[in-house]
Write a protein that binds this ligand. Structure first.
Ligand SMILES: Cc1ncc(COP(=O)(O)O)c(C=O)c1O
Length: 418
């Protein structure tokens, strides 16, 4: 049996312990990264991120040639990540003008961009048209009317539909159930398809759906494919993202390969043979690439023992009790083992909690702490709660660490005041 600490299973693959027991990610000692960039810091194993992108792209291509993978950029929106995904051959999914601006700034080919959103403004639609965005997902009749009216050329579109399946995940991140605010019900979809086909400028490629996020079984995905199959024959079926990841030891999501097998089997059973299958992974593409580094600020002995770090809700909103996602953690220089503590942040809420009963080995003020599986939605949801300075994003690759996003400064906190 291996004596490798179990927590390392949640770190980017390739993470190792140095001879003195310290954690090494992307070939960089995390103590050195913290020394150079401070804490909190989002530390990305660049090679692991690239491998995961290729795993999705090659995995889908080998199972259903001609299909494609789009990076759901809401999960980690910074230009370095957009660029990396484009370099690995992925299309890019943007929700709104802000993500579009970042994708274009990263040099992404607009033809590979898919724009969606349930409340796209005229300005956003116009920006997408002017930029030459390849595919726009229409969310309802209003989008059809407004988009057709502003176009002077043909525009490829998908129609977002609600498959009416239970994603078996948290309510806040379920989107494919009846009554969802995203897309049109199956009952309304037929009329929308007719309307689209009657427009002057909209070229309907096919259907789009997304059932939810952090989904830990394949059933909801395959049920969704089956549910929309009856709507007619289309060239493209974009089934969104949603594959879950292993934040904690007792979560066992399908592997990327199991997920792709399930999707492509369902497509073979229910969709036209020559239809393209598009997917939009976010969380499962980026979560495991990243470790957030914190400094332990204070330890309060008692029952329970509170270990408080120099971050919290401001840099990991999903861990807060609002979202309720548990995260595991370890000290960087004493990895694994130890006795359970209440691992908390420094923002002014009791809900500012990474997790209860996190085993840490004799945590002391000044220790460095690493929280794995923080690549998805952490940078996205980072905020200035209590005047927190949002962390930098640091790419670690072959022993070299480079910041691709800098830390906020106190001047940044004042920069928008008039
Ligand atoms: C339309 C759409 N596609 C893809 C995603 C990415 O989902 P995930 O990060 O769970 O893979 C989302 C997430 O909300 C979404 O709304």
């Amino acid at each position: 049996m291996s004596d490798r600490p179990a927590v390392l299973e949640l770190f980017p693959d390739g993470t190792r312990l140095a001879d003195d027991g310290g954690l090494v990610v992307g070939g960089c000692r995390l103590t050195d990264v913290a020394g150079e960039f401070g804490t909190p810091t989002f530390c990305v194993d660049e090679a692991a991120l690239r491998r995961q992108a290729r795993r999705f792209a090659d995995g889908l291509e080998s199972r259903r040639p001609g299909s494609h993978v789009a990076f759901a950029s809401k999960s980690f929106p910074c230009t370095a990540v957009y660029r990396l995904m484009a370099e690995e051959g992925l299309a890019i999914d943007v929700a709104g003008a802000g993500e579009l601006v970042m994708a274009l700034a990263a040099g992404v080919d607009p033809a590979t961009i898919v724009l969606h959103g349930n409340a796209k403004t005229d300005d956003e639609l116009r920006r997408a048209v002017v930029a030459g965005v390849g595919t726009i997902v229409v969310d309802g009749f209003d989008d059809i009317r407004r988009l057709d009216a502003m176009l002077t050329r043909r525009q490829n579109v998908l129609l977002r539909v609600i498959p009416g399946v239970d994603a078996r995940t948290q309510a806040a991140i379920s989107t494919g159930h009846l009554g969802s605010k995203f897309g049109l019900s199956l009952a309304d979809a037929g009329a929308a398809v007719e309307r689209l086909r009657a427009t002057e400028h909209l070229n309907l490629l096919g259907l789009h759906l997304h059932v939810g996020s952090q989904i830990l079984q394949t059933g909801p995905f395959t049920e969704a494919i089956e549910a929309v199959a009856g709507l007619g024959t289309f060239a493209v079926y974009d089934v969104g993202g949603g594959l879950g990841v292993r934040y904690t030891y007792d979560e066992h999501p399908p592997t990327v390969e199991e997920y792709l097998d399930a999707l492509t089997d369902a497509a073979r059973s229910h969709l036209p043979d020559d239809a393209q299958l598009w997917i939009e992974p976010g969380r499962s593409l980026v979560a495991q690439s990243t470790v957030t580094l914190y400094r332990v600020v204070t330890v309060k002995a008692g029952t329970p023992v509170f270990v408080a770090v120099d971050g919290g809700i401001a840099d990991n909103f999903e861990a807060s009790t609002y979202m309720g996602q548990r995260f595991e953690a370890t000290l960087v220089e004493r990895v694994g083992g130890g006795s359970p503590v209440e691992l908390v942040g420094r923002q002014c809420e009791s809900g500012d909690l990474f997790a209860s009963d996190v085993p840490l080995r004799d945590a002391r003020p000044g220790d460095l702490l690493a929280v794995p599986m923080t690549g998805a939605y952490s940078h996205t949801l980072a905020n200035n709660y209590n005047g927190a300075l949002r962390p930098p994003v640091v790419f670690c690759s072959e022993g070299t660490a480079r910041a691709v996003v800098r830390r906020d400064t106190y001047d940044d906190l004042l920069a928008r005041d008039l």
